[in-house]
Design a protein around this ligand. Structure first.
Ligand code: NG1
Ligand code: ZN
Length: 528
């Protein structure tokens, strides 16, 4: 490996002196103007990771739901999952190294991780629709090639599509074909197979309004629409032809403000959903006859999916171990419903999909969702094989249920939460169960809740435990929160430093909106 060539090339992607960025929950994220050197260096790091794992590594250029002028980058590990934590540290070190220290830092990572410099490397790259993304992805490619890595640039992709490509390439064809066509065909075949079985399918033209956040989701849905149009017709809004990315629209906006996106006309009881800017999150909503807005978030999506999977297993007569994974932000009503009514075990992990994904892998079937709509379901390889075998062998009702389960396994993107895949899963389940959006919403009633952001001098002074539900430091803060929570009914509150923004997040829920608002406000005062 020619470290001198790396240094020379790096000068074209010079790091602004003193700029330190951290590989956070979702990689690096900041204003696009500060990211050129980061992109080049992540190209380098992807090559090292690929050499070490002897597998294809992904590099995605996106800042998801953040404003259009921001951008970001994250690495995708061999099975389509987030980068391993020890490599996140290497990413931070490499990104922070001053120009003259780069060769030394690269050598240190290689020694520490026993990277064989002679090993071949392959990196796949994807990007969202931000104006800055194309140039930044060229800088990634520059980093890959200067270290002699091979690459394939997929160009415009949703984040979960790149996760899917990485997983396909490293699973020797077992998971699917690593092309856009392969992705569209796998999902739409499963969707059409499933919806054919819905008793009301012929009589009802199922339609859905989709707010694409003016992002990549619009492009990719248009590309895919004709594959599944037999089972579902989608009407796209905020498709990027006019508005700005994520501006007053998209899943994050709808979830945070609990109101419809701009640019979408909602009629009473129409089923609507929003993607985020890179199409890895989805939330549903509708407006009732009185014009009231109802949000159906990740927790209700997770409940719909896990209940359906459990019903299918019961029908087939298989007792597989199914678990649901949430974070502290999950609405208390969802946890109660899953545990007490559905009798499904629920686990809580730290915020960030890598934690949820990891936990969900412990089960035969693990369903995980963040309240903000990022999630999927995972099936162990043994379960997948068994269900596919049963789908062939069993007959009658059992056989029908096994076939449905086999199709729904193919419909999930098991590499990452995926708005398009989740949308098709949800639409299939609603069709099969004959549920309206209101009936789905009525499964349980959300506890009123409030999230606030608090600016503090140094958010790192707050540390937490118990999946971020309890504060450890500063001393006395947890006791103060406990005293406030005691004043309200059905109340719960916690604080944690954000992993993506320079703020502390406050969450509160209680029996009424006024109480949840007041509790969140009072907690924010003791944090400040
Ligand atoms: P932080 O900023 O650490 O709270 C946010 C979301 C996460 C996750 C990441 C990555 C909330 C409360 N937090 O993390 O769920 O999606 O961004 O995008 O929604
Ligand atoms: Zn996203």
């Amino acid at each position: 490996m020619d470290l001198e060539a790396v240094s020379k090339r790096s000068a074209f992607h010079a790091k602004p002196q003193g700029l330190i960025l951290q590989y956070g929950t979702a990689g690096f994220r900041t204003n696009a103007q500060h990211l050129d050197h980061i992109m080049f260096r992540m190209g380098l790091l992807a090559v090292l990771r690929s050499k070490q794992t002897r597998a294809t590594i992904g590099v995605m250029v996106t800042a998801s739901h953040n404003p259009e002028e921001d951008n970001g980058v994250k690495l995708i590990d061999p099975l389509g999952e987030m980068l391993a934590p020890s490599w996140e540290e290497h990413a931070t070190c490499l990104a922070s190294a001053e120009e003259q220290d780069m060769p030394r830092v690269l050598t240190a990572i290689m020694e520490r991780e026993a990277v064989d410099p002679m090993q071949a490397a392959f990196v796949v790259i994807g990007r969202d629709t931000r104006p800055s993304s194309e140039k930044l992805s060229q800088s990634v490619i520059d980093g890959v090639t200067v270290l002699g890595g091979q690459f394939h640039d997929y160009g415009l992709l949703t984040t979960p599509q790149l996760h899917y490509m990485v997983y396909c390439r490293n699973s020797g064809g077992r998971y699917g074909k690593p092309t856009i066509e392969g992705y569209c065909q796998k999902l739409s075949r499963a969707f059409v197979d499933l919806t054919k079985q819905a008793s009301c399918s012929g009589d009802e033209n199922r339609s859905l309004k989709v707010d694409c956040a003016n992002g990549i989701g619009a492009l990719k849905l248009k590309e895919m629409e004709h594959y599944f149009s037999q089972g579902l017709s989608v009407q796209l809004f905020n498709d990027g032809t006019e508005g700005r990315l994520n501006h007053l629209c998209g899943a994050d906006f709808v979830k945070s403000y609990q109101k419809p996106p701009q640019g979408m006309e909602m009629k009473s009881s129409e089923r609507c959903c929003s993607f985020d800017g890179d199409a890895d999150r989805i939330v549903y909503y509708y407006s009732d006859a009185d014009g009231h807005f109802h949000l159906i978030d990740g927790d209700k999506i997770s409940t719909l999916i896990s209940s359906f999977l459990k019903e299918l297993l019961l029908e087939i007569g298989e007792s597989l171990n199914i678990g649901v994974v949430q974070t502290a932000y999950a609405n208390g009503s969802s946890t109660r419903y899953l545990e007490e009514v559905m009798k499904v075990p629920v686990y809580c992990t730290k915020t960030g999909v890598k934690h949820l994904h990891h936990k969900a892998q412990e089960f035969d079937i693990g369903v995980y969702f963040e309240a903000n709509g990022h999630g999927t379901a995972l099936f162990s390889e043994a379960v997948e094989e068994k269900i596919k075998r049963l789908a062939q062998e069993l007959e009658d009702e059992k056989g029908k249920a096994a076939k449905m389960l086999a199709s729904i396994i193919d419909l999930f993107n098991q590499a990452a939460g995926d708005a398009i895949s989740d949308m098709l899963v949800i639409e299939a389940i609603l069709a099969l169960k004959g549920l309206t959006v209101q009936q789905w919403d009525a499964i349980y009633v959300d506890l009123p809740n409030r999230q606030l952001k608090v600016k503090v001098a140094d958010r790192r002074v707050i540390s937490t435990t118990d999946a971020e539900r309890q504060v450890v430091t500063p001393p006395g803060l947890q006791e103060a929160i406990n005293d406030l929570v005691k004043k309200y009914k059905l109340a719960r509150a916690f604080v944690r430093p954000s992993g993506t923004e320079d703020i502390v997040r406050v969450y509160a829920e209680a029996d009424s909106q006024e109480s949840a608002d007041r509790l969140a406000y009072e907690v924010s005062l003791v944090v400040f």
